[in-house]
Design a protein around this ligand. Structure first.
Ligand SMILES: Nc1nc2c(c(=O)[nH]1)N[C@H]1C(S)=C(S)[C@@H](COP(=O)(O)O)O[C@H]1N2
Ligand SMILES: [Mo]
Length: 213
């Protein structure tokens, strides 16, 4: 995305926030900050100690399971899909939150429509190049702020933050958003991911403080 385009998007977003009556950050933070969280302005890195190096020429995203049309997209095909932008707050279960993260990439719904899931599909199981997995009910993946992000603040998502592409699900704690995404598997039954197996909450709503199961 060009610098001009990035700035104009931010301006449009700011106008939208003003129209919605969104307050300045300091005033708003009391309501915007989920219970037990503190605001950070930097961007900490959370991972399993592995930051896989995925050359773009080798990158693919597989979308399969309970779908009519399984898809494997390479980097060129993925980036040729319609692009979306979204600004959201990021909440890590380790108690830091970051406001106004500007992501762009491909909407989950865009991929959903292309693979045409069977009506029995109710859950999505995300798998990553570092061996990480996480699971989310399909209904929550269909929110319009859920995307597979390739850009953060107008720049490609860095390797430490999960590039080339990572999942963003703003309404849930950030462990539900898989960095280094490799595949998305549609399931009829729920299947716990890496942290969900290890005692993290399966529902992960930061405003309900659903941290641990
Ligand atoms: N593949 C992968 N995705 C992951 C993780 C991980 O270890 N591996 N950590 C999760 C956790 S706990 C958080 S808080 C966010 C951190 O994203 P960040 O490193 O960009 O801050 O990524 C989530 N997605
Ligand atoms: Mo986290």
């Amino acid at each position: 995305m060009s610098k001009e385009r990035y700035i104009s998007t931010k301006e449009a977003w700011a106008r939208k926030q003003v129209a919605k009556g969104v307050k300045p950050l300091e005033e708003a933070s009391a309501e915007r900050l989920p219970p037990g969280q503190r605001l950070t302005t930097n961007f900490p890195v959370l991972d399993l100690g592995i930051k896989p190096d995925i050359p773009l020429a080798e990158w693919t995203l597989a979308i399969d399971g309970e779908v009519e049309t399984p898809l494997t997209l390479d980097w060129t095909q993925f980036n040729a899909l319609p692009q979306v932008e979204d600004v959201s707050d990021f909440h890590c279960v380790t108690t830091w939150s970051k406001f106004d993260c500007h992501w762009s990439g491909v909407a989950f719904t865009e991929l959903y429509e292309r693979v045409r899931p069977n009506p029995v599909a109710q859950y999505v199981y995300f798998s990553s190049h570092d061996g990480y997995t996480t699971n989310v009910p399909l209904a929550q993946c269909l929110d319009d702020d859920v995307l597979i992000a390739t850009h953060f603040d107008g720049e490609p998502v860095t390797q430490e933050h999960g590039g080339p592409a990572r999942v963003i699900i703003p309404k849930l704690y950030a462990w539900k958003g898989a960095k280094f995404i490799k595949s998305m598997h549609f399931l009829t039954e729920d299947k716990l991911g890496f942290w969900e197996i290890r005692g993290y909450s399966n529902s992960a709503d930061p405003f309900k403080e659903e941290r641990y199961a």
